[in-house]
Every structure is written in C-alpha cells, then in structure tokens.
Design a protein around this ligand. Structure first.
Ligand SMILES: Cc1ccc2cc(C(N)=O)cc(O)c2n1
Length: 326
C-alpha cells in the first residue's frame, strides 16, 4: 500500500468481508484471498503506525457478530416422534394403543388415524395471542428454543394475523419450515456462482436460513411452511379431533399440507404409506416418512406421551436413501 487512502480502502474492504462472512454467513471471498489481504494490511500498519485506525479489522478481538438469538421457552414442550421402520412396527404401534384404550372403553369403532407427509425441514413453534403472531421459536431441546420471530415473519406462507375468528386467547401452533427442491437448487447455483459455500440438502438449507442473524438474508431464501399441530392453548379450541384442528388452522389462514388424510383403519394407513411412497419423487419438497396420529383428542389424552414421545403418534420412516444426488 503506497498511501493512506489505499490503506483506508483496504480497511473498508476487509470489514465488508468480515460482515458477509460472520453475519450474513455468505463469504464474499475465499479464505486464502482474505488471509492475504489481512496480512498486507498488518504489514502496512507495521510500516506506517501513523495510518492505524481503531476500526481496522486488526483491532477487533474476534468479529463481534450481531447479538445471538434470545432464548424462548415453549409453553408446552414440543414432542419428538417415535419411529417405525416397517409395516409390522406400525401395526404394533396401533395395536398397543388399541389395547390400552380397550382397558377402559368399549370402542364402537377403531380410532381413526390422521396421516400426513413427514416434511424433512426444521420444526418451528408459533405463538398467536388475540390472533396476532407474537413469537416464533425453533424447537431447540423441545422445551427451550431460539427466538426467531423476525426471521419467521419473512415467511410468505405465514400469516401475521389470523383470519375468520374466533380463536383462543393464546395458542401455540407447531409446523415445519422447509425449502422446496427447486428453490434449493436455484439458491445453491447462486451461491456456487459467487464462490460461496453451498448447502448439502434442503433440510440443512432451511435450518441455516431460518437461523440467520439478519432477517434480510432469511427473506432472500426460498422457505416454505406447513403447520401440523397445536401446543399450549389458553381459551377454547373447539375441535374434538386432530383433523378438525387442522381444518380450523386452514380457516384461520395457516398453511396445512394438502396431502393430509384421515383414515378409518390401520390397513388404510398402510395403503397411504404405499401411495405416498410412490408419489414421493414428484412432490416439490423432501419428505422422510409419514406421520400417523390417533385423530380423536380424547384418545390422545388417554394415551398420553411416554418420555418425550406421544403414544398416540408415530413416524413411519422410508428406508434411508443412498446419497441423494441433488
Ligand atoms: C407431534 C409431532 C411432532 C413432530 C412432527 C413433525 C412433522 C413433520 N416433520 O412434518 C409433522 C408432524 O405432524 C409432527 N407432529
């Protein structure tokens, strides 16, 4: 660097690199170019101490990224699903539930089963108060997650205000944020074209995009959302079944997966698995199985949950795919 103005330009250029790398998680240059330019800056400051400015990157101890996310405690824990890897395990899950319920009830008909694709994305907990979205958080450890409200508000599928009331005074609504394949491929092409690191799969891309410290970056990513259940409810959610709850969510303007079906038998539930297994490749998003839930809330309550997993729900997983070619 032959004069102070080119030194000051170098300082500004490196600070821009730092911001893109540490805050936007989208490096502008490769590590070797960054290291070379930083080394030249340090040499200039050694040769010309009178040029040094306090905002030079050589003066910051570890780049101070924006504040981390606040923590957010779920009013009701977010449950994780037990897995079934074959039809026999699915039937065994259902039979176990039937046996438990038959201890105390004469079941006129077998419990209905709600079936839906298991999206391969990242879970989110939304809290609406008086119908207004007041908080959104990641699942975290099931009890406490990260407050990503500003990022969630950039999701085009997510209403900030519920429609067609009434609704409970406060309600937690759970869903899965995901990145459709086409959006994932286009985003990776853009990142690769500018020499930036690409994401391995849509699930990682959704998780990384939802947890950006800068909501503008989240807004630039092709994220989508389907909601799948309720958590804590203050007031009355007048729905006797899970499928009625989902219908209510749709009336309020929340996105519910259109592949969701309610069936009358475990055989029909298994048929749904076969049906969706055949359609999997043509869906616009990635799924890693089917989620089955006993539909009646009364039976869900009676079956309860063991450890962190509900007895009333199970995930029937597809066989692991060999390294998927994106
Ligand atoms: C209770 C529960 C827990 C995790 C879930 C996850 C998904 C999903 N990944 O699509 C769908 C559900 O209905 C879920 N339901």
């Amino acid at each position: 660097m032959h004069d102070r103005s080119s030194y000051l330009e170098a300082v500004s250029r490196l600070r821009t690199y730092d911001y893109h790398y540490h805050v936007l998680d989208e490096p502008l240059v490769g590590d070797s170019q960054y290291d070379d330019e930083l080394a030249r800056l340090k040499a200039s400051e050694k040769a010309h101490p009178e040029w040094l400015v306090s905002h030079s990157p050589t003066q910051t101890v570890g780049f101070s990224a924006l504040a981390q996310f606040d923590k957010s405690t779920h009013h009701q824990p977010m449950l994780s699903l037990d897995n079934a890897f074959d039809a026999a395990s699915l039937v065994a899950w259902y039979e176990r539930g039937l046996t438990r319920l038959r201890k105390d009830h004469h079941l006129a008909s077998p419990p209905r089963i709600n079936c839906e694709p298991k999206l391969d994305g990242v879970a989110i907990n939304l809290r609406y108060e008086a119908g207004v979205l007041v908080q959104a958080a990641t699942r975290g450890d099931g009890s406490t997650g990260e407050d990503i409200t500003l990022n969630a508000k950039t999701l085009r599928a997510l209403p900030h205000q519920l429609q067609n009331g009434p609704w409970p005074a406060s309600i937690e609504i759970r869903g899965e944020v995901f990145m459709p394949r086409k959006g994932f491929d286009a985003m990776n092409r853009r990142l690769a074209a500018t020499g930036l690191k690409t994401f391995v799969n849509p699930r990682n891309a959704a998780a990384g995009s939802l947890r950006q410290l800068d909501p503008k970056v989240t807004a630039s990513r092709p994220l989508d959302l389907y909601v799948y259940g309720a958590g804590a409810v203050v007031g009355d959610l007048d729905a006797a079944t899970h499928s009625e709850t989902l219908a209510q969510f749709e009336r309020w303007g929340l996105p519910v997966n259109p592949e969701t079906r309610c069936v009358d038998s475990i055989e029909a539930a298994e048929a749904y698995y076969e049906y969706l297994s055949r359609r999997r490749a043509e869906l616009s998003y990635e799924i890693d199985g089917i989620v089955y839930k006993v539909d009646e809330h009364q039976w869900q309550r009676e079956l309860g949950a063991v450890a962190k997993s509900p007895r009333w729900a199970i995930a029937r997983k597809f066989p692991a795919q060999e390294a998927a070619t994106q």
